[in-house]
Design a protein around this ligand. Sequence first.
Ligand code: GDP
Ligand code: MN
Length: 378
Amino acid sequence: MKLHEYQAREIVAKYGIPVTGGGVASTPAEARKLAEEIGGKVAVKAQVHVGGRGKAGGIKLADTPEAAEQAAQQILGMDIKGLTVEKVMIAEAVTYEKEIYLGVILDRGTKRIMLIASSEGGVEIEEVAKTNPDAIIKIAADPLLGLQPFQAQQLAFAIGLTDGKQARQFASIAMALYKAFIENDAELAEINPLVVLADGSLKALDSKIVLDDSGLFRHKDLAAQRDDSADPAAEIKAREHGLTFIKLDGTIGCMVNGAGLAMATMDVVKLFGGEPANFLDIGGGANAEKVAAALDIILDDPNVKAVMVNIFGGITRCDEVARGIVEAQKIIKRQVPMVVRLVGTNEAEGQRILADASLIPANTLAEAAQKAVEIAQG
Ligand code: GDP
Ligand code: MN
């Protein structure tokens, strides 16, 4: 789950990282009021779940509250990389001498939490990785002991912060960001830019946090901050019904129970020359209502020319799935041929329920995939 900058900023501030003052506004009038409270120059910043807002025109500096109101007027409603801006952050603007990058990520390759820093801040780190990879320094935190203060100091020196006081401040910011990452079950915590002010001290100008969805049950307050507006409608609907759904570009809609079986199903579809339209795991023990919701989501995709249902009944009961399919067929908006392979718990009962529905039965995974591919290719 992605947090907005204004939400991430609140978290990092709580961990003692120095941030610029300000607040969030949904109207130009609110923006003006915040700018008046801050006094002086402010930055008006689009709150959307993408980087590179500056380049896209989503960040404007304003000298007066009137100018802030105007800037907010321009930015609110703006389209940035396909996302509509609904909120702007009004932050005290600062002048700075240098931009630094600091990030904490979960690195799957090394199975470690990595601290990443670069003297080339301000631009996206992926860009630095391409143009100047040597400017990126990485340090792994020990899984048992956590990030050690000496490691944070090493990172400071490695990116050229050699002044003792500055290096100590950087190290304490790095330690704090690491702590925020761990305690909030994040996948990513990033400050870019972390700027060096004229007096040599450091300040976070932009914070980004992505939370691990699987850890959200431990953070009800953070889960409540979810902003779905940027997510595809199908994914929101799937989440509401407890389904794991990822849209793909093919023509064969897949409904499967279990992530492993869902992947195997997609592999077999590909093997027979087809392209899956989605990954969909209805989970273990799915009931009829869930199955109906899943089919509804699949058929919302106009690319889908055939549906392939592959259920291996264990905890999931075939009769429940069959009932869901029958339910769904009553409410679906368009007719698409459906190939169904249903085996396992209560299989016979499931087949009986489906006998009257106009479906194409299949006994094996290969047979089901072959039939679905033939239909999809017309
Ligand atoms: P991003 O492009 O979406 O990552 O947005 P950022 O918040 O990182 O801002 C991009 C750039 O805008 C920064 O690298 C700065 O150059 C500039 N910027 C943002 N806030 C301020 C500010 O308060 N003062 C000044 N002078 N520049 C700012
Ligand atoms: Mn940034």
